[in-house]
Design a protein around this ligand. Structure first.
Ligand code: ATP
Ligand code: MG
Length: 365
């Protein structure tokens, strides 16, 4: 079977074609094309995503991106048109995300489904992030994929959740952030330090030459398996203000002019170390509560973080720990296709394309 997938929930327009055999979805998976057009360069100038601009960019990019997915997969007719006979199903992210962004991808998928008479599978974005860990770096299904029951730490620009999966396609949220997502915190701290958007990769790069012990930052005491990251962002702000000798009323956007490159590197390293410590501490607490866990899956944009990867591998030694290949950690359509491959092989039925809803907010469970 071949799945055409579409992703447009935030600021990446993406489409992929994935082939698989529903009887053995994992070993048979092959990614035939994977096209991602990122709007990062547009939003660098603003320091963050502007939803209306993102929606307009998706509108311009979506059809060329889908055409590219067909041509990269070699799915063209002799007349060089997209060969729809090769496609068996369409998968699309319909929730959660920015309303205007989701609208473009979902309406395109609904239209193509009706026009070409193909079954349509709407997918939850976090489900796709989790299943990205089933792909290997060679664009195939992993030989030894995660086993159930598993715990997934979804760490992205919009979410920070610990999700338990007792089995394939089943999700329970056991911990969540009460305020900011960890990726959002990386982005906001980067802004304070004058580092470019997106903050995660810039902080990581800057942290390489910094001292993680230079500025001790607090670990919030949040009950159960929940998280909070807004306090950490404020703690960085106040520590920077103290370091450069200005009052807490001093505007945060002017602080970057007062910091030396060495101070920026030390703040980056100290912040990154603390953010990772908060995540791993909660994950270890969750593992104590769920001792039957056999695998741990990290997912979402922040799962690309090297410090997080190294700390997880060091501290979770007795478990099978999975990270998506870095090219699949941010938003992409390969992960949308692989999560639908799991749905199809589990017998989950497609939706009526006329009634697929676009939901900016929704929970995976
Ligand atoms: N190496 C890294 N270290 C830390 N954070 C990173 C790294 N690379 C990317 N990020 C962060 O990942 C986030 C983007 O991830 P992703 O695209 O999965 O989020 P999103 O799609 O905006 O949110 P969601 O998936 O919750 O809807 C950004 O906040 C970015 O700063
Ligand atoms: Mg995402």
């Amino acid at each position: 079977m071949n799945i055409l997938s579409i992703e447009s929930s935030c600021d990446e327009t993406a489409s992929a074609i994935l082939s698989f055999d529903p009887k053995s979805p994992n070993t048979s998976i092959k990614l035939l094309s994977n096209v991602v057009v990122s709007q990062i360069d547009i939003f660098k100038a603003y320091g963050g995503v502007i939803p209306e601009v993102a929606a307009r960019s998706h509108l311009e990019a979506i059809l060329p991106v889908i055409d590219r997915a067909f041509s990269d997969a070699g799915f063209l007719t002799p007349e060089e048109k997209n060969n729809w006979e090769k496609i068996d199903a369409i998968a699309v992210t319909n929730t959660p995300g920015l309303l205007g962004s989701l609208l473009i991808g979902t309406l395109t998928a609904r239209t193509l489904s009706i026009l070409h008479n193909k079954p349509l599978y709407p997918v939850h974005h976090l489900k796709s992030h989790i299943y990205s860990a089933w792909l290997d770096k060679n664009d195939k299904g992993r030989e030894n994929p995660p086993s159930f029951p598993l715990l997934s730490l979804v760490v992205s620009g919009g979410h920070t959740q610990i999700i338990r999966m007792p089995s394939d396609n089943k999700f329970e949220i056991i911990g969540t952030t009460l305020d900011d997502a960890v990726g959002e915190c990386f982005d906001k701290v980067a802004k304070i330090l004058g580092l470019p958007y997106p903050g995660g990769p810039s902080i990581s790069k800057s942290a390489l030459s910094g001292n993680p012990e230079k500025y001790p930052l607090p670990i919030p005491n949040i009950k159960d398996l929940d998280f909070s990251f807004s306090g950490l962002k404020t703690a960085v702000l106040h520590a920077v203000q103290k370091e450069v000798g200005v009052p807490i009323s001093y505007p945060s956007h002017k602080l970057k002019n007062l910091l030396s490159p060495e101070q920026i590197a030390d703040f980056s390293a100290s912040f990154e170390k603390t953010a990772v410590e908060i995540l791993i501490k909660k994950l270890k607490k969750a593992l104590k509560i769920y001792p039957d866990t056999t695998s741990v899956v990290f997912a979402g944009g922040v799962s690309a973080n090297e410090t997080l990867r190294k700390t997880a591998e060091k501290t979770l030694k007795n478990l099978n720990v999975y990270f998506p290949p870095k090219k699949f950690s941010g938003d992409n359509a390969a992960m949308v296709a692989i999560s639908v491959a799991h749905e199809i092989s589990s017998g989950i039925k497609p939706a009526d394309p006329r009634s697929v809803e676009i939901l900016p907010r929704s929970s995976i469970a």
